[in-house]
Design a protein around this ligand. Structure first.
Ligand SMILES: C[S@@+](CC[C@H](N)C(=O)[O-])C[C@H]1O[C@@H](n2cnc3c(N)ncnc32)[C@H](O)[C@@H]1O
Length: 419
């Protein structure tokens, strides 16, 4: 952990970097950040200003924790998601125009909920800067309620977290007690919260509405700049592979393959995913003939020869037992020198980042464990995983591109050509 800062050191840091951020907004004639609905929903900042913004957020987080003290810090609000879940479920943000105001009674009628429940929900939301109450009983939008009203993907993401992830999380500790150390996807918090013997993915994919929600939520997640495919394109040591074949294992509808083909004009991609996932996938005209889709279960042996096997956001869905099976099933298809590129979050080494920055990663660790005993990994976990599959894998490097949510874990097959 970094050397502790005093309260005034933290506030000086906040002042210094807030000043830089504010100066950027002023000199570029941008509206200053505010809660007013006219505020742009997203402003992309240059990297030095983004760094200042992160420093402010980290320092504020530390200062808040110090000011709260040990006991208040220990007990975070368990129900902070209730208002957001309810706003989304009942369509409250969309119930009146952004430029107008409303009342609890009007919202209640529009959204078919009781007035007293509306009051409770909206007033909790106001405590999180979602809506404002300019005079008693009169509700107006803020930038956050506008975002919920106007960005459907944000709503789908909230539905997914509230509908799938949170219920599973609430039973995670019970699952740890019931099935100590289990690596089985159907022995996790989700199985208890859902009252099922099946794994989350099986349950959700059987229900078109839930499957659609998870799909939209993932599209939202992956549309954020930190998931841009450019990090793969710019940092992977392509060498001859730029003129070879890339297999995208669990490549869904081929969005990543399309980006790869557009950036590397001589590469060919084979997208492997479950038949029901690839069905209806469309190859855009400009990359026609360079992307092939094949229905494939990655728990069966792979028979596609390639120069690079990409597993992007795939292994973190699985415990070591199953991740090892996925990797082991690639071995028969590997030629000497074939490379594997795993793109997943690589957990920061303990103490290497602030608690504020580490929290996103650590929260994800427990979310993934809760849904199906899935696993986020650090560098050592990845090394051990490959070693456990076959000692002929050479662990080359872990690339962590600045600004990317995902790292590239680069491995080469040093064995004979697989059979
Ligand atoms: C989180 S998504 C990642 C999609 C894509 N690689 C990306 O980066 O956007 C995980 C993918 O694994 C696929 N998948 C899950 N189980 C599979 C299986 N048994 N065989 C093949 N693909 C599978 C899913 O259909 C899904 O497309």
């Amino acid at each position: 952990m970094a050397t502790p800062k005093t309260l005034t050191e933290l506030s000086a840091l906040i002042h210094e970097h807030t000043t830089k951020v504010e100066a950027y907004y002023t000199t570029h004639n941008l509206p200053a950040p505010s809660f007013h609905p006219s505020t742009p929903l997203k402003t992309v900042l240059p990297s030095d200003i983004e760094t200042s913004r992160q420093i402010v957020l980290e320092a504020m987080d530390e200062l808040t924790a110090l000011m709260l003290g040990p006991v208040e810090c220990l007990i975070p609000p368990p129900n902070a998601w209730i208002c957001v879940t309810a706003l989304q479920r009942f369509g409250i943000a969309k119930s009146f125009p952004i430029t107008e105001s409303s009342t609890f009674g009007e919202i209640a009628q529009k959204c078919s909920i009781s007035e007293s429940d509306t009051r409770r929900i909206v007033r909790q939301a106001i405590a999180f800067y979602i809506f404002t109450e300019p005079s008693p009983g009169v509700i107006a939008h803020t930038a956050a309620s506008k975002a919920l009203a106007q960005l459907p993907a944000v709503g789908a993401f909230i539905d997914f977290i509230a509908g799938e992830m949170l219920p599973a999380s609430t039973r995670l500790v019970d699952a740890m007690q019931k099935w100590p150390g289990s690596e089985e996807p159907n022995e996790a918090g989700f199985a208890l919260s859902e009252g099922t013997d099946f794994a989350m993915m099986e349950v959700v994919t059987r229900d078109p509405k839930r499957a659609q929600c998870i799909g939209t939520a993932m599209t939202f997640l992956h549309s954020r700049p930190e998931y841009d495919v450019k990090y793969l394109l710019d940092t992977f040591p392509w060498d001859n592979a730029a003129r070879g074949v890339l297999v995208d294992v669990g490549g869904a509808k081929g969005d990543v393959a399309v980006d790869i083909c557009r950036a590397l004009p001589d590469v060919k991609c084979v997208v492997l995913d479950k038949p029901e996932v690839i069905s209806g996938a469309v190859v855009p005209d400009d990359v026609a003939g360079r992307i092939e889709f094949r229905g494939h279960d990655f728990f069966e042996k792979c028979d596609v020869r390639a120069d690079v096997y990409l597993l992007r956001h795939v292994l973190h869905d699985w415990s070591d037992k199953y991740a090892a099976k996925i990797l082991g099933n690639l071995v028969p298809s590997l030629r000497t020198g074939a490379r594997i590129c795993v793109m997943d979050m690589c957990l920061p080494a303990p103490g290497s980042v602030s608690p504020f920055r580490g929290r996103v990663a650590r929260n994800s660790v427990l979310y993934m464990k809760g849904i199906q005993n899935a696993k986020e990994r650090d560098e050592e976990d990845f090394r051990q995983l490959f070693e456990s599959v076959d000692s002929r894998f050479r662990f080359d490097e872990v690339i962590k591109p600045e600004g990317s949510a995902l790292a590239l874990i680069c491995v080469t097959w040093m064995g004979e050509n697989g059979v």
